[in-house]
Design a protein around this ligand. Structure first.
Ligand SMILES: Cc1cc2nc3c(=O)[nH]c(=O)nc-3n(C[C@H](O)[C@H](O)[C@H](O)COP(=O)(O)OP(=O)(O)OC[C@H]3O[C@@H](n4cnc5c(N)ncnc54)[C@H](O)[C@@H]3O)c2cc1C
Length: 445
């Protein structure tokens, strides 16, 4: 029996532990500095908004771990000693391992802004951040205005959270449109409108220059690169995340942005592995990022590594890209690749449909010459993951996908209202393309 030690009790760490237990009797220890038990990080917002209690976002009952012989240790690992096969916890406890899994996640970015460490300035990542938010922004009397810096998924969640308590919010977004490094323009613009509809003071193409403090060390205002001074009682820093690996600096591990791993999730040091947000793949699959800070990646890496640790050496194969999120009350799903203007491939064309009055839209990406379906983004319509995964694997073309969209829809009743419009727009764009081609042919001959 070997000692498998996992640092981090997030989705990556607990998934590898659960799957090892399914296949082996090895001793499993999970260490975490954050909480005693695993919780769903993506649901933290609902606790602040009062939809759930913290207890409700723990996917397993507290007895689950003991029953499955998964030992939980609370503490911060300050050092790993690969040669001695041991690690040191801050309170001087030493834990021995045969195999070590690093699943240490991310931390919010701070870019050295003046005033970033003032009281009332924080990120949103951990349970501790949630507790701090209750102190910094419990209500609109204590926090008259909040400024959020960074227009990504966590930024918009924080805006929604604060608005749920009627706190005035100014949202500084560096890009021309919300999240337009990821979303195509039509979608990004629709989300801009939606943010404004929720009475959030959205400032596009605007950067933070400085956070200004009062004499007692609390934030009192921010200064932007447009020269504006915005008075505020709270600043949320949500300008992305970076792998949480600083404590590994002198460990001998090969570190880049994250902990470098091969396709078996092995680091450069024997018997040490890395998974989830903290892992940086040396050879990511085509189109995939080396560091993927998303929930599903952590889960899939955990499942894969458990196979290897139980004697069935398995390479990490992420399959087709997919993800989902919420922009205020609009559900967003993405399957395959639909790139933003900035990242669009030279062969990639888009078919975009948006409802005339409601905030509902879809964008399909396809190859301009083969018409192969490359991916879809949906807003306000829920689609079935399995169906798109199959169509991507079967390399279906655009026409097939559009004419079968109803098979992928979660709610056929709902879709029935929009299908004629989508098909009509598709046909009119197709006809426009055909007549354009005819004109080009006429010119040639
Ligand atoms: C507010 C929010 C909303 C999100 N929404 C989405 C979403 O809608 N969709 C999506 O795909 N992703 C979302 N994400 C990202 C997703 O939650 C992460 O990708 C995922 O949780 C990472 O899992 P992980 O197991 O790799 O790491 P983590 O969940 O970060 O877990 C790592 C754990 O390791 C602990 N740790 C680190 N270093 C040490 C140490 N030295 N000693 C002891 N313990 C240590 C940390 O304290 C932490 O508890 C969201 C993230 C946040 C913060």
């Amino acid at each position: 029996m070997q000692n498998i030690v996992i640092i981090g009790n997030g989705i990556a760490g607990v998934t590898v532990a659960r799957h090892i237990r399914k296949n082996s009797n090895d001793r499993i220890i999970i260490i975490s500095a954050e909480t005693d038990h695993f919780f769903s990080r993506t649901a933290l917002m609902y606790v602040y908004m009062g939809h759930m209690k913290f207890e409700h976002i723990k996917p397993y009952e507290d007895w689950f771990w003991k029953k499955n012989r998964i030992e939980l240790v609370r503490g911060y690992v300050s050092e790993i000693r690969p040669k001695e096969k041991e690690l040191l916890i801050e309170d001087a406890r030493i834990i021995k391992f045969n195999k070590l899994v690093l699943a240490t996640g991310s931390k919010p970015n701070k870019f050295g802004w003046p005033g970033q460490d003032l009281f009332g300035v924080q990120g949103l990542y951990s349970k501790q951040d949630l507790d701090l938010l209750e102190v910094n922004a419990p209500n609109k009397e204590v926090c008259k205005r909040a400024v959020i810096v960074g227009g990504g998924l966590i930024g918009i969640e924080l805006a929604e959270m604060l608005r749920s308590r009627n706190i005035a919010v100014t949202f500084l977004v560096r890009e021309q449109n919300f999240w337009d490094g990821v979303l195509p323009e039509g979608e990004a613009k629709m989300i801009n409108e939606h943010i404004l509809d929720h009475h959030i003071d959205l400032r596009l193409a605007t950067n933070l220059v400085e956070i200004i403090g009062s004499e007692n060390g609390r934030v009192k205002a921010v200064k932007t690169d447009k020269g504006d001074i915005i008075d505020c009682d709270f600043v949320g820093l949500t300008a992305g995340v970076t792998p949480n690996i600083t404590f590994l600096n002198n460990s001998g591990l090969d570190l880049g942005k994250g902990i470098k791993v091969n396709k078996y999730l092995e680091t450069n040091l024997e018997d040490i592995y890395a998974i989830g947000d903290c892992a940086e793949q040396l050879e990511p699959e085509e189109n995939r990022r080396a560091v993927e800070a998303v929930w599903y990646t952590g889960r899939m890496m955990g499942e894969t590594l458990a196979q290897t640790l139980c004697g069935n050496k398995t390479a990490y194969k992420p399959g087709n890209w997919f993800n989902s999120a919420k922009f205020l009350d609009i559900e967003y799903q993405t399957y395959g690749w639909v790139n933003s203007l900035r990242n669009r491939k030279e062969y990639e064309l888009h078919f975009h449909w948006r409802h005339l009055t409601e905030k509902i839209c879809i964008t399909l990406a396809y190859h301009h010459s083969t018409k192969k379906f490359l991916g879809i983004n949906t807003f306000g319509i829920r689609m079935r993951h399995k169906v798109f995964d199959r169509w991507l694997n079967e390399e279906r073309d655009l026409e097939y996908v559009v004419s079968h969209l109803r098979d992928a829809n979660f709610d056929p009743e709902f879709y029935r209202q929009y299908e004629p419009e989508i098909i009509a727009k598709f046909n009119s764009e197709l006809n426009a393309q055909i007549s354009l081609k005819k004109k080009q042919w006429n010119r040639i001959f």
